[in-house]
Design a protein around this ligand. Sequence first.
Ligand code: ZN
Length: 348
Amino acid sequence: MKDQARSKLQSSYYTRLPKVDLHRHLEGSLRVQSLIEIARTYGITLPLRPSLKALIQVQPDDPLTFTSFLSKFQTLRMFYLSPQIISRLTFEAIQDAATDRVRYLELRFTPVALSRLKNFRLGDVMDWVCVSAWQASQANGITTRLIASVNRHEDPELARQVIDLAISRKANGIIGVDLAGNEAEYSAEPFREILKKAKDNGLSLSVHAGEWGGAENVRHAIEELGADRIAHGVRVLEDERVTALACQRGVVFEVCPTSNYHTGVFSDLSQHTLKRMLDAGLKVTINTDDPGISNITLSDEYEIACTKLGLSHQELIQTIFTAVEASFQTPEEKKTLTERLKKEIQAI
Ligand SMILES: [Zn+2]
């Protein structure tokens, strides 16, 4: 978590709000200090310049491009050396969310990314994350559910394996799957049948679309893949027909403002389409994506939404309840969470 934010915003309205995050990647939720410790303990050799922090966290002088942002994940892959490290990173990601008053978190993780360096078995990696997520949730008073991510620029056979393993771990907290990766250059078509199998077996589906690619990818995700939620989708407004389709189907968008700015989707935060999406009648939620890489909290994103992007406090709260409704929980769980959040918001 961003240390400054913890102290600076300790008493702000945005910090005090109870929160829901539907779009947060485990691999992007690091603590810099933990990675420094891990690098020392395990003797990970890193270039002296720039610093480790600069390799894994967006810096003020970084080019704001996908390439630069994704390079941070490449460095992070050097750290997935043991079950203990993967468990620790999972625990800390959830603890940080709880400290930021996130009451309900859907944490997505990429088993292929976590397993590759040491050739861990995908199922083992998923079990480590499930166990640690459960322990962290119990210890920190937060409800966490897990989403298994697969990348569209990687072999569909790997995605098939991950999804089969996710289906068999539904009782252990995995409730959904996510298609992520390079949507500008890789079609989602090869994943159609695999994702259908996930849905047929009771897993919900989030698809990264309309971030690196245009509105057509959003349409494809809705109509062809049956996405329950669109990850980002901030370029949907480029096509009126797709916007109308999303409104009509009640599709929910997982918007992550700072991430979109850091990856160059918008050249300035003030250009972000969040407010226009709401005004167009779309269902919108606010999330962090990669808080460790972007050096942000969800409190920061709520604050940006109101102070830079023009949302009223009422609209912000509406996005929180939209997130509850769009979460991949059971109707009873949603009802319980709604009641808890209403009480907490009233007490602020
Ligand atoms: Zn994402």
